[in-house]
Structures are given as structure tokens and as C-alpha cells.
Design a protein around this ligand. Structure first.
Ligand SMILES: C[S@@+](CC[C@H](N)C(=O)[O-])C[C@H]1O[C@@H](n2cnc3c(N)ncnc32)[C@H](O)[C@@H]1O
Length: 225
């Protein structure tokens, strides 16, 4: 099965438990990481934003608290977008949510001041195409993604802990393959300089930066002009 089809099916299946799973798995810390990420994005003072692989919309809602212009969230999982739209109805933050694929974004060149993606780029089947689409539709791109800590002891204990702890994810989600995928994809996904190489090769910004979060368990990458 193609990666995109597997990923979409998996996120559709777990969409109704996704927010709970995130809180359980990260012991709530994903909220702090996302806040830190959004604060960095806002330093650029964007007036419009596209949040890709938005899931249930965490980043899009947080951005909309500070952005007066349009904020759009897209995801290719209908289940995730249904949840984001249900949240939007009950929220003071008005965000437009749409089903769309990062590999073929339905927006013109440089439509948005910024495009963001949190814990999504690792899942995109064609990484180069996904990055070039993000760079095409926005004037700046900010990415939050898992990586591998450089410190070997931290890396071994973190991935060791994930193997013990993450099966909880399988129990709650009833998708054993989903947690296996989470570990395997985080262990292998290019991080830091390796990711920046692919980012630079597929976009055309003046400045690029990679910032480790929690010693490299995750990274924030950005490209701006
Ligand atoms: C781990 S979730 C992240 C959700 C949210 N951004 C967050 O930080 O909580 C990854 C999301 O990426 C979406 N996704 C993966 N590949 C995609 C693609 N090619 N186009 C759009 N969404 C995609 C999945 O459907 C899923 O909702």
C-alpha cells in the first residue's frame, strides 16, 4: 500500500481519539511545544497563515488568536477535518478548514504570509514535493517535527522509552501498526542538517534555520526571506 494511503487511513481511524492520544503520549507537553512553535512563527508578524497537516487544528487556532487576517487549516484526512470543523463551531477563533493534500495545495503562489506544519511533514509521502508546495504557497515556512537527539545517551534512552511507553497508543487507538509507525518514522526521519539540505533543495528562501527542541527530540525549522 502506498504510504499516503496508509497514513490517511490511520489518521481517519484514530481521528476521534487523536487529541486524547496526544495528551497521553506526550503527558501534555505537546501543548507547550506547539505554543513555543507558534510564538516563533509570530515573531515574523504574519497577517495570514496556512496550517498544513492541521489535524484537529491546534496550531491554526493558536495562530488565529494573534492573526487578524485569514487562517486556513488543511489536512487530507476527512476525519481530522471533521473534528477541526466541530471545534471551530464552538471556538471564538474563526478558521477555515479544508480537505487537501500537501503534495497538491489548492492555492496560488505566495497566497499566505506563512505556512506552518507541526508533526506532519514526516508523514508526507513525497517529502521534496511537499516542501516545494509549502514554499510555493507562502512567503515563509515553519516546520515542527520529531528528530533524533545528537547525544547518543539521550537518543538511546528516548527511543528505548518510546518502545515501552508508546504501546499505550496502540491500546487506545486499537491500531498496533500506528504506534509501530510512530517510532519507526521518528527514528529514521532526517533531522537537523540533513533535513535542512532537503528543505533548501526544494524551496527558495534567503535564510534557513534549525532549532533543536528538548535536545533534538524535535526540531523547529524555518525558511524566510
Ligand atoms: C501527527 S498528525 C499532526 C496533526 C497536527 N498538526 C498536530 O500537530 O497535532 C499528522 C497529520 O498529517 C496529515 N497528513 C499526512 N500527510 C498529509 C498530506 N500529504 N496532506 C495533508 N495532510 C497530511 C495526517 O492526516 C495527520 O492529520
Amino acid at each position: 500500500m502506498a504510504k499516503a494511503e496508509f497514513v490517511r487511513g490511520m489518521f481517519n481511524d484514530i481521528s476521534h481519539k487523536y487529541d486524547l492520544l496526544n495528551d497521553v503520549l506526550s503527558v501534555g507537553t505537546h501543548r507547550l511545544w506547539k505554543k513555543h512553535f507558534v510564538n516563533l512563527v509570530l515573531k515574523n508578524k504574519p497577517q495570514s497563515a496556512l496550517d498544513c497537516a492541521t489535524g484537529t487544528g491546534d496550531i491554526a487556532f493558536e495562530l488565529k488568536k494573534h492573526i487578524s487576517g485569514e487562517v486556513v487549516g488543511i489536512d487530507f484526512s476527512e476525519g481530522m477535518i471533521d473534528h477541526a470543523q466541530a471545534r471551530e463551531k464552538a471556538s471564538p477563533q474563526k478558521v477555515t478548514f479544508k480537505v487537501a493534500d500537501i503534495m497538491k495545495l489548492p492555492f496560488g503562489d505566495k497566497t499566505f504570509d506563512v505556512a506552518t506544519i507541526s508533526f506532519g511533514i514526516r508523514n508526507v509521502e513525497d517529502l521534496s514535493l511537499g516542501l516545494s508546495e509549502l514554499g510555493r504557497v507562502a512567503k515563509a515556512v515553519y516546520i515542527l517535527e520529531f528528530g533524533q537527539p545528537k547525544n547518543k545517551i539521550l537518543a538511546a534512552s528516548y527511543f528505548g522509552m518510546l518502545r515501552i511507553y508508546v504501546p499505550v497508543f496502540g491500546l487506545i487507538s486499537k491500531r498496533k501498526d500506528a504506534y509501530e509507525y510512530l517510532i519507526a518514522s521518528s527514528e529514521k526521519f532526517p533531522s537537523d542538517e540533513k533535513f535542512l539540505e532537503v528543505f533548501k533543495a526544494n524551496t527558495n528562501f534567503k535564510t534557513y534555520q534549525s532549532i533543536p527542541v528538548f535536545g533534538g527530540i524535535a526540531y523547529i525549522y524555518y525558511g524566510t526571506n
